[in-house]
Design a protein. Structure first.
Length: 95
């Protein structure tokens, strides 16, 4: 599955983990940070982040304009059975 995600300035998605799902993020606009396990990764245009299963992660918009990234997901199982939210401060709207 491929989709474009938009995070408004000052917002962040929930800290969560997937048991079997693999994600790739490619930033196309804006800037921010990603929490990837114990690390924090700076995000800007053309940054790529790979998220293997069982690694807690979240994205934060630290800039003054929309942070947009393309999310490419390999989903070997239904998403609802795979997602565990660890801390939820902002839910990215579903299409």
């Amino acid at each position: 599955m491929v989709k474009e995600i938009t995070v408004p300035p000052g917002k962040q998605c929930s800290l969560h983990v997937h048991q079997r799902l693999h994600e790739h993020w490619i930033v196309v606009a804006g800037e921010g940070k990603a929490v990837v396990g114990e690390a924090t990764v700076a995000l800007r245009t053309n940054t790529h982040v790979y998220l293997p299963p069982k690694l807690p992660h979240r994205v934060m918009n630290t800039g003054s304009r929309q942070l947009k990234y393309i999310e490419v997901v390999y989903r070997p199982s239904p998403a609802e059975a795979d997602l565990e939210k660890l801390d939820c401060t902002y839910d990215i709207p579903e299409d």
